[in-house]
Write a protein that binds this ligand. Structure first.
Ligand SMILES: [Zn+2]
Length: 307
């Protein structure tokens, strides 16, 4: 318990208890996974292969999905924290493929590195939608750079626009308490942000994560949905789309990590010794393995201490 108290204190000092992207002066946004080659252009827009109207807009190490319909555009995270040019670029990129108005902006979750910068979309008349817990977080920690949601989602909501159906699904607490899975049933695509990294370790010591076991449960719910390909909020693993196997592999990683830490905890090695000693060679090719494994172990040690 004492370690957990120290963790909370340290996290508060870093502005992390509200989420690594939430505090007034948030620490660095989640870094681009190491698979992103440094020479790539600042931003890029691509149509998802096999679809008529689903696009991925990437700006530096962040990605957002948008869907073009004959009655307007559904955009998602503005990804404009500390770089307002990302939002205007996003809008310019949409305008290159359609003259339809942007009707919606849907927030994946409440972390600023994904949702700051919505104002240019708001000025064009878009309606903003987020999970109800995201709205609560944003009310507790308002930012002039973040547009408040106009509407909220509880467990599920379906948006239909110009012949496109988009489901907004809450699968429980994970990387935040307000992550939405956005599912396109016809295209069998989902868009998830931050809580399903592809062949990449979890972020540091899982700041803002109430419960790693609940995170695992949320992944099982994602795996149970009907979809074939996943667009992630960062270009992991060379920028490819994710699969259900990736979700299963992440669940496997969390279970392997949990089992190793449980053993270490029983030997009295949590937290510092476990952070130094535990290795998971099966995952050493995954992104951020060396950088984040000790933090991942740290968070699971707290779990063994009842937190
Ligand atoms: Zn996040």
């Amino acid at each position: 318990m004492r370690r957990h108290v120290m963790w909370v204190a340290a996290a508060t000092a870093l502005g992390l208890t509200a989420g690594h992207g939430l505090a007034q002066a948030p620490p660095a946004a989640q870094p681009a996974p190491q698979a992103t080659p440094p020479a790539q252009p600042m931003f890029a827009t691509r149509k998802v292969e096999g679809t008529d109207n689903v696009y991925i807009f990437r700006y530096q190490g962040h990605q957002s999905m948008f869907v073009v319909t004959k009655a307007g555009v559904i955009a998602t995270d503005p990804i404009g924290l500390r770089r307002p040019q990302a939002d205007t670029t996003y809008i310019d990129e949409i305008k290159k493929v359609t003259s339809q108005p942007i009707k919606y902006v849907i927030y994946s979750h409440s972390h600023y590195d994904h949702i700051a910068g919505g104002k240019p979309f708001k000025d064009l008349g878009a309606r903003f939608i987020a999970h109800k817990n995201a709205q609560a977080q944003l009310k507790r920690f308002p930012s002039p750079d973040v547009v408040m949601p106009d509407e909220v989602v509880d467990n599920k909501r379906t948006i239909t626009l110009g012949g496109t159906t988009l489901e907004l699904i809450y699968v429980g607490r994970n990387h935040s308490d307000n992550s939405l899975v956005m599912r396109l049933p016809k295209e069998k695509l989902i868009f998830t942000v931050d809580f399903v990294p592809i062949q990449t370790l979890l972020f540091r010591n899982l700041p803002d994560t109430a419960s790693p076991p609940e995170w695992e449960e949320s992944l099982k719910r994602v795996a149970a949905l009907d979809w074939e390909r996943m667009i992630p909020g960062h270009p992991y693993a060379g920028g490819r789309l994710g699969t259900k196997q990736d979700v299963q592999d992440l669940i496997g990683y969390m279970q392997d990590l949990g089992a190793e830490v449980k053993k270490a905890a029983a030997e009295g090695k949590c937290t510092d010794t476990a952070m130094k000693e535990i290795k998971l060679p099966k995952y050493e090719k995954w992104g951020n393995y060396a950088a984040f494994l000790p933090g991942n172990v740290e968070r699971y040690c707290y779990l063994n201490n009842g937190n």
